[in-house]
Design a binder for this molecule. Structure first.
Ligand code: KDG
Ligand code: MG
Length: 404
């Protein structure tokens, strides 16, 4: 099971994806997602120039040792680029192990602890009426949980709305230069409870309601928001404040019973330790592909389990189908699973990534194919070459920078 080669594939079927492919001397291949939205080529270089040469000749079955070798061996630890690169290696090695043993990765992780993985869909609208129509579509499909976002009146752009022409939400990263969005907290704090009231008034309480604040509030503003949303029994509010200031979550918690989720921009267990250890959050949203792969994410989930925190992994469309499949395998097995985000992927991505996961009645299953159950079609990938793209930036009404 020696590694013969490690290659990086960059493709843009609607948006950029970076995939690491590891091949053993016996010709078994495994793939891992190395996509870091808007900063893709930094991970490509990290892998091609610094990691791939170190992998050749190693035993692909020594997943833990290779993880430690890449993490400790770099000396410069953590950070999104390093941990995304390590994640891609880790997932590719789990994929290989599954194929060599003929087992789906979830079985190698101890086996299914549930029959399916509850996912949440992304409803949005330019107006509340449009949002309500969108929520209805998700509920009709059987979704048990829906995230809602709508255009904030008075602002000419709002995070999390369907992207024109795509048919569903996806994270922009769509311009050669970052586009400017506008932000004004009072407009948002006034609007958010009205939006939730409209959703609950029309559809009732028999489904989970989620919302992403996307790092935009101060601790007290987040506390106000949480209190104002309590009548609508949120499943969570996500990223209420920028999480570098983790003490902020204590302030929010002291004022509201609305559950809190955070973690999509975290890269290691060390980013989560304080929040989980002090029970300042309810859901940890770290992802397979930005947090060191299955091997490291499993540790984070175990730490969370010790402290009564449940999982709710990031699953935006800028994470490729490879990492989405990896997330489903892990979600299926952990005792403290909470929910999994599912944004879906644009149509051309389906030409490049052949998946085996399935959706039924609000739940997804990774399938029982050996490994992760996703293959990449490299000819199709070559038809969609890399395109430079950036996420937007956010400015307050006076022109100063704000968190996007
Ligand atoms: O690349 C950035 C996106 O992944 C992020 O904006 C998506 O916040 C997000 C979410 O909850 O899916
Ligand atoms: Mg988010």
């Amino acid at each position: 099971m020696k590694i013969a080669s490690a290659d990086v594939i960059v493709t843009c079927p609607g948006r950029n994806y970076v995939t690491l492919k590891i091949t053993t001397e016996d010709g078994v291949t495994g793939i891992g997602d190395a996509t870091l939205n808007g900063r893709e080529l930094s991970v490509v270089s990290y892998l091609r120039d610094h990691v791939c040469p170190l992998l050749v000749g190693r035993d692909a079955g020594r997943i833990n040792d290779i993880w430690q070798y890449l993490y400790r061996g770099a000396y410069w630890r953590r950070g999104p680029v390093t941990m995304t690169a390590i994640a891609a290696v880790d997932c590719a090695l789990w994929d290989i192990l599954g194929k060599v043993t003929g087992q789906p990765v979830h079985r190698l992780l101890g086996g299914a602890a549930r029959d399916g993985v509850m996912i949440y869909g992304h409803a949005s609208g330019g107006t509340i009426d449009e949002l309500l129509d969108d929520v209805a579509g998700y509920l009709d499909q059987g979704y048990k949980a829906v995230r809602v976002q709508a255009a904030v009146p008075g602002l000419d752009s709002t995070y999390g709305l369907h992207h024109p022409g795509t048919g569903h939400t996806y994270e922009p990263a769509d311009a050669a230069m970052p586009s400017d969005n506008a932000w004004h907290t009072p407009y948002y704090l006034d609007f958010a409870p009205k939006m939730m009231k409209a959703v609950r008034d029309r559809f009732g309480y028999d489904f989970h309601l989620l919302h992403d604040v996307h790092h935009r509030l101060s601790p007290l503003e987040a506390a106000q928001l949480g209190k104002s949303l309590e009548p609508y029994r949120m499943f969570w509010i996500e990223d209420a404040t920028p999480a570098e200031d983790q003490e902020a979550f204590r302030t929010i918690r002291q004022h509201t019973t609305t559950p809190l989720a955070v973690g999509e921009v975290f890269n290691s267990i060390w980013d989560c330790q304080y929040l989980i250890g002090n029970r300042l959050i309810d859901y940890i949203r770290t992802s397979v592909s930005h947090t060191g792969g299955i091997t490291h994410l499993r540790k984070i989930f175990d730490l969370a389990d010790l402290h009564g925190v449940r999982t709710g992994s990031h699953g935006a469309g800028d994470l490729s189908p490879v990492s989405f499949a990896a997330a489903l395998h892990l979600d299926l097995t952990v005792p403290n699973f909470g929910i999994q985000e599912y944004m879906g992927h644009l149509d051309p991505a389906g030409e490049v990534f052949k998946t085996s996961y399935t959706f039924e009645d609000g739940y997804m299953h990774p399938g029982d194919a050996p490994g992760l159950g996703v293959e990449i079609d490299e000819e199709a990938a070559a038809r969609y070459p890399y395109e430079p793209r950036y996420l937007p930036v956010n400015r307050r009404l006076d022109g100063s920078m704000h968190d996007w």
